[in-house]
Design a protein around this ligand. Structure first.
Ligand SMILES: Nc1ncnc2c1ncn2[C@@H]1O[C@H](COP(=O)(O)OP(=O)(O)O)[C@@H](O)[C@H]1O
Ligand SMILES: [Mg+2]
Length: 231
């Protein structure tokens, strides 16, 4: 038997599907020349090799699926040493060849930006990057969405209309995150409600913490207006 909450949840999933069907994504790497992509690929691999730790297999305990993205699957993992949950984006890069180009470039964009941004309240915290012969595992702090929501899109669909005070707080925090990016020469280039997570936070003055995620389309080289990019 479905409850009122289930019905609302199904409705919000359907709305999410409609929103997705009306949007399209422009990926900078799609409209780059093959020469530009070869350079990007070499650069990305060189960068990733300096960051990832080679391990025979993922060193964390798997605790279930969070979601399936275009370039990665996201799971929840447990770090026993620190007794905390973390999120893990899994990239199937295996033996790297030209077919894996886009995934590798995207992973490098994300890691480079997160490492550069360090710790900030409004940016998801990078933990580490592990590499096995088959995959790359990007470990991030785990963000437990407020009231079981997945992201800001779901939060708005479930709780609209939001009060002016709450809307202002969400927007202010988002701008804080964006300012931190720009102060550090990072352009996110794919800011949208699906890439923002709202989590509970008990520390004043905010009751919620707004966190920017998904830096897979970001740029750290000042290419802010060079090409169309994002959703
Ligand atoms: N650190 C995290 N903690 C909890 N959930 C996350 C985290 N990172 C991503 N997610 C969830 O996974 C979804 C997809 O992740 P995202 O980084 O946006 O990948 P994609 O490139 O596939 O869009 C997000 O919308 C969010 O719901
Ligand atoms: Mg995303």
């Amino acid at each position: 038997m479905s409850t009122k909450n289930d019905t609302e949840f199904d409705k919000s999933k359907e709305q999410r599907r409609i929103i997705h069907s009306r949007t399209f994504k422009v990926d900078e790497d799609d409209n780059s020349s093959s020469k530009e992509n070869t350079t990007l690929m070499t650069d990305s691999l060189e960068y990733l090799s300096s960051v990832w730790k080679h391990v025979p297999e993922l060193t964390k305990k798997r605790k279930g699926t969070i979601g399936n993205g275009t370039y990665s699957n996201i799971i929840k993992v447990r770090d026993d040493k620190d007794s905390r949950d973390e999120a893990c984006k899994i990239f199937e890069i295996g033996q790297i060849n030209s077919e894996k180009e886009k995934v590798v470039i995207r992973l490098a964009r994300e890691v480079r930006a997160l490492v550069r941004l360090g710790a900030h309240r409004n940016i998801v915290q990078f933990v580490e990057l592990q590499r096995t012969p088959e995959r790359a595992y990007l470990i991030l702090e785990h963000l437990e969405g407020a009231n079981g929501t997945q992201d800001l899109l779901e939060f708005v669909m479930r709780f609209a209309p939001l009060s002016e005070k709450l809307s202002r707080s969400i927007f202010e925090q988002l701008l804080c995150g964006v300012r931190h990016c720009h102060d550090n020469g990072v352009s996110h280039r794919d800011i949208k409600p699906e890439n923002i997570v709202v989590i509970k936070d008990d520390s004043p003055p905010h009751k919620l913490r707004v966190v920017l995620i998904d830096f897979g389309l970001s740029d750290c080289n000042g290419n802010i207006e060079a090409k169309a990019c994002g959703t």
